[in-house]
Write a new protein. Structure first.
Ligand code: DBV
Length: 257
């Protein structure tokens, strides 16, 4: 019997979801934080639809896992499984803006054309050394190690550059057994390294001044409106769930503060 989720911190239950080990690891790593559920309307917590053609129907399941803690305004994961059409884990952690901390962002996407895999500790203020240096000096060595084992993902849009660090791990892989191995042997440990570094930074962080926290807040708002405006999943979600649901999900659930 599939369990019914009442809140965003209930375990996600999507059979055969490719990215399940990543979310399971993440939630385990967050065990020492006291988690509060996010108030997400049930329509966005879990939703299943059938699309595709009559002869080849595709079941699409989407679930949203998320919480807030003493350090995080919002941590949320989009979990999507549509069989051979798509499998996604999109994960964002948004710290309270009275800590000088980056975002943690992951986009693990499997489409019929292949896997798109992105991981980063994304800066709130890219040109502010007090914000970036302590992160980048520890992130870049991890990046250099793991990226050297992966094909380069290629250019990202110029307008996206302010939101990425030099430790942006980014690759594209074809579908198949070899890539499944790479996901297991490279992407999983890279994800663990990045997330562990992130949690170390969170543990070490101390509160900043009110005036600086306002600057951080502006930076967070600009990042989130960029993500909402340019969400690469918009077309796919609209195809599966329609425009009204998708716009509300993107603007009011995924990238709201
Ligand atoms: N991306 C999201 C959300 C998704 C999602 C909320 C619900 O922000 C999935 C799911 N990303 C998703 C899908 C695609 C991409 C692509 C479905 C494929 C779109 C398509 O080809 O139709 C990283 N993700 C991408 C691309 C980049 C990223 C650079 C390619 C975009 C393009 O080619 O136009 N997203 C980007 C990123 C982070 C992120 C670096 C954070 C680390 O979340």
């Amino acid at each position: 019997m599939p369990s019914i989720r009442n809140t965003s911190i209930d375990p996600v239950d999507i059979p055969n979801w490719r990215w399940d080990p990543f979310l399971t690891y993440t939630i385990q790593s967050l065990s020492r934080f006291e988690k509060k559920a996010l108030s997400i309307p049930s329509d966005f917590l879990d939703r299943k639809v059938t699309t595709g053609s009559r002869s080849k129907p595709v079941e699409v399941a989407i679930s949203t896992w998320g919480c807030s803690t003493n350090h995080f305004k919002k941590i949320r994961a989009v979990c999507l499984e549509a069989g051979s059409a798509a499998s996604v884990l999109n994960f964002v952690a948004i710290p309270f803006n009275d800590f000088d901390l980056p975002f943690f962002g992951a986009d693990l996407v499997t489409l019929p054309s292949g896997h798109l895999l992105a991981l980063d500790l994304q800066p709130v203020l890219k040109n502010d050394e007090a914000h970036t240096q302590k992160v980048w000096e520890r992130l870049i060595p991890l990046h250099d190690h793991w990226q050297s084992l992966l094909p380069l993902g290629g250019a990202i849009p110029k307008e996206a550059e302010p939101y990425f660090s030099p430790g942006f791990l980014w690759t594209k892989l074809p579908l198949g057994k070899d890539s499944d191995q790479i996901i297991h042997k490279v992407i999983m440990p890279a994800y663990i390294d990045y997330f562990n570094l992130y949690l170390d930074l969170v543990n070490e962080s101390t509160k900043i001044s009110t005036s600086r926290s306002k600057i951080l807040l502006d930076g967070q708002k600009s990042y989130l409106s960029y993500r909402a405006e340019k969400d690469p999943a918009r077309n796919m979600l609209t195809r599966f769930y329609g425009r009204k649901w998708t716009e509300a999900y993107i603007n009011e659930v995924l990238f709201s503060l």
